[in-house]
Design a protein around this ligand. Structure first.
Ligand code: ZN
Length: 440
């Protein structure tokens, strides 16, 4: 790897990212085809035979493969090119202009996740150029549609073109930026993500005239259930990922947790963390149920016979919609019906296996004194689809952030941007991980 001109790689990865941001892939409608066509052109130029697959009109996905000896099964590196909407008038730089300012590349997707897709493109170019002998094929897939569930992207590929992307390991987004805790630097590796189990709460009651007050109307019963969900936390469910995560954070803030991770201990840890980390810690150690929609009544003078709430509930690996509903029932009582709306399976990979260990080694090389820690996402990524192939899914999009730079509020928010220096660091770390792991 000594032959690689890393400053040139840094400029190249920044350029790739700028071009990717320039494609408006706001989903809906997505329109990822032009973007993945660009990626296919770059890969073809590097010597690959990329395959562009349209899951629906203008919804593009692209797959390419660097051939190894086949001694070991493939490694899949993948990422979505669609982005969420941007309120352009609230940004300091236009969201699709990819301006360079304050040492950052600005634009929608700069952190989620065109930055990592740029690493992946760069990685494939470097593999083609260096042409190392690898035991595993390295498969790259850039996909559509992740931001609204991935059915036309990773889900569609898994369903219709599994042969093209089948791999033992899958590496993608979800963690990897520097976390500063108590003066120490950490890099998260996503080893788990929660599933979803969305449901409706429905209360029924006697209708009546709005001029005559009474209790136990559908609105009242529903309101009490909604209030109860805010008042009570669901029970703790720790997994190997959250145990290691919470224990690592506890050590960083100087707490002794040898007596176990109880509610009180977790509260103590959380109270010493920055607020965003504290909230996300509390979200991943239990099932959660957050009311996000309310509906009742059509006329102001009529007490309605029905009232309904939507609840966005997320479940920890090992839990099921049924176990969640039992916990919710214990909190809200019997007043409302629970009707499932949809569900997505949680998943967890072993923290500490070969790929995880390699990530640790490469990170140590490039940021001595930092620590790698397994993390669980409270939300879902395309790993929900990729893991269905039996693929072990990890998330690591390496990004070194300066101490005074926080990504809080930038992902899916205004002024999304990524420091160019962090990107240069990440591109090298990512390439070394892929190359070394595929050669192991
Ligand atoms: Zn994403």
């Amino acid at each position: 790897m000594h032959g690689i001109d890393w400053p040139a790689v840094a400029r190249s990865v920044e350029r790739h990212l700028q071009i990717l941001i320039g494609f408006d892939t706001t989903n809906p409608p997505g329109n990822e085809l032009a973007c993945v066509q660009y990626i296919a052109d770059v890969l073809a130029e590097a010597g690959y035979d990329p395959i562009v697959l349209e899951s629906a009109p203008q919804r593009g996905n692209v797959v390419a493969r660097f051939k190894g000896t086949g001694e070991k099964p493939p490694l899949l590196i993948y990422g979505h090119v669609d982005v969420v909407t941007a309120e352009a008038d609230k940004w300091r730089h236009p969201p699709f202009a990819a301006d360079l300012d304050e040492g950052c590349v600005w634009g929608r997707g700069a952190l989620d996740m065109k930055d990592m897709v740029a690493y992946e493109i760069q990685c494939m170019e470097l593999l083609a150029r260096e042409n190392p002998s690898l035991k595993r094929d390295v498969i790259f897939a850039a996909t559509a549609d992740e931001e609204v569930g991935g059915k036309l992207g990773a889900g569609w590929l898994v369903e219709n073109h599994k042969d093209l992307i089948l791999a033992e390991y899958g590496l993608s987004e979800g963690a990897g930026s520097t976390l500063q805790v108590a003066g120490k630097r950490f890099y998260g590796v996503r080893t788990a993500e929660k599933g979803s189990s969305r449901f409706a709460l429905r209360a029924v009651g006697q209708p009546g005239h709005g001029s005559i007050p009474k209790r136990e109307t559908s609105v009242h019963v529903l309101a009490r259930a909604v209030e109860a969900l805010y008042e009570h936390r669901l029970p703790l469910h720790l997994t190997q990922t959250t145990i290691r995560y919470a224990t690592t954070l506890a050590e960083a803030v100087g707490l002794d947790v040898s007596s176990g991770l109880t509610e009180a201990v977790l509260d103590d840890i959380a109270s010493r963390l920055p607020s965003d980390l504290a909230r996300s810690l509390q979200a991943v150690v239990r099932n959660t149920a957050v009311p996000t929609g309310l509906r009742a009544g059509t006329k102001i003078n009529v007490i309605p016979s029905e009232a309904e709430a939507w609840v966005d509930a997320r479940i920890v690996p090992g839990e099921t919609p049924e176990s969640l509903f039992r916990e919710v029932r214990a909190v809200i009582g019997d007043g409302c019906q629970i009707t499932p709306i949809d569900e997505g399976l949680p998943q967890e990979s072993e923290a500490g296996d070969a790929l995880y260990q390699l990530i640790e080694r490469v990170v140590q090389r490039h940021d001595p004194g930092s620590e790698v820690v397994p993390v669980m996402l409270s939300g879902a990524t395309d790993a929900r689809w990729v893991s269905r192939m039996g693929t072990k899914c990890l998330g690591f999009s390496p990004l070194a952030l300066p101490q005074d730079f926080s990504t809080e509020g930038l992902v899916h928010g205004h002024d999304e941007r990524v420091p160019s220096a962090g990107l240069a660091w990440g591109a090298q770390v990512f390439y070394e991980i892929v190359r070394e792991f595929a050669a192991l």
